[in-house]
Design a protein around this ligand. Sequence first.
Ligand code: CA
Length: 237
Amino acid sequence: MAAHLLIVEDEEKLARFIELELMHEGYEVSKAFDGREGLRLATEQNFDLILLDIMLPGLNGLEVLRRLMQDNPTPTILLTARDAVMDKVSGLDAGAVDYITKPFAIEELLARVRVALKLHGKQSASGGATGEKAEKEEGVYTWNKLVLNDKKREVTFDGHLIALTNREFMMLEILLQNMDIVLSRDTLLEKVCGYDYVGETNVIDVYIRYLRTKIDDAYDVKMIQTVRGVGYVIKSE
Ligand code: CA
C-alpha cells in the first residue's frame, strides 16, 4: 500500500509541482491550500506524512502543527523560509520530524520524505512483536535497561517511560544507532537540525544536557560519554 501524503502549501503551483513529483514516486497525495483546510484533512484522514508550509493564510503552519500534535500526531516535515530560524526551532520543538528550506531541490525533498517515512512512517512491515522480542525488532535500540523504539517513538528505562522532545529523541537515536562511534558536534548538528542549520553547535551540548538530566541523572547511569575536543558517544556495555 502506497504511503499517503498531505501537502499543505498556499503557493498552488508549488503544491501541484510537489504533488506530481510525489505521485511519480508512487505516493498517494492530497493537498490543501490553507491552514484550516490542511488541519481539517489531517484530522479527518490518516496520513503517513505531512508536508506543511509555515507561512500560510488563515491558520499558520506552526499553529496547524501544534493542534495536529495535540489531537492527531502525524509525522510532519516543515517547509520554511530561508531566514526563519526561529520557525524551524519552534517547529521541531512542536513535534515536526524535519524541515526543508525554500527554495529546495525536489530531489532533496524526495530524499527527506523517504527518510521521514522510513524513520517515522506509521506503516510497519511486520508489527505485532513486542515484549521479549522487542530487542530484535527493527528500529529498536537498547543500552543497559534503556529501550528506544523508533516505530512507537518511545523511550523507556527499566519499563519507565521517558518523555523526550523530538530533538532529544533524534539525538538519542543517532547516538544509539552509532554505538561506540564518537560523533562530533557538527555531525550531530547536521543530523538533528539539518545540514543548513544556521546557529551555534553548542545547541548540541544543550540537548545532551537535557538527555543526561532525563536519563543519566534520573536512573543513575552514565550513558552519554563526552570525548573531550571531539564529541559524544554511547559505549556498548
Ligand atoms: Ca506560503
